[in-house]
Design a protein around this ligand. Structure first.
Ligand code: ZN
Length: 129
């Protein structure tokens, strides 16, 4: 264990050891990916506006059948190509995909990454449409 481990990290470790929380990141990552892909399948294409987007399980690309737009499935989310750590991305994606909380609600939960998350979500809302 690193001596620079955060208080949150230690608390988290204790909760896992006490069997309060079980973390298995692989299915969690897969679940976030699946959820974002489901979101795309029911959303209009960001390029042409038609609701004809298809996704596949084994590729990170999504595809619009009408205009041939093929972005990665994280396209258009506040955290696309942003520099957050894995845990922060995971948490942010989960919050964003599950709740569509506002930046004012998400940012305080990610104290250390507040500015990054704030900027990311703000840019997303500004660029939307
Ligand atoms: Zn399209």
């Amino acid at each position: 264990m690193s001596s620079t481990e955060s208080a949150f990290g230690r608390l988290f470790q204790q909760l896992i050891e006490l069997d309060v929380i079980k973390i298995d990141t692989e299915p969690l990552d897969a679940r976030i990916e699946r959820r974002l892909k489901e979101f795309w399948e029911s959303s209009p294409c960001p390029r042409c506006g038609n609701q004809r987007i298809v996704t596949w399980e084994n590729t990170d690309r999504i595809w619009c059948r009408d205009c041939d737009f093929k972005p990665v499935y994280t396209y258009g989310t506040p955290f696309h190509e942003k520099h957050l750590t894995c845990g922060e991305i995971l948490l942010a994606f989960t919050l964003y995909a599950d709740t569509l909380l506002s930046i004012n609600q998400i940012a305080p939960l990610l104290d250390r990454a507040y500015k990054t998350v704030y900027t990311a979500v703000l840019n997303h809302h500004t660029a939307a449409g």
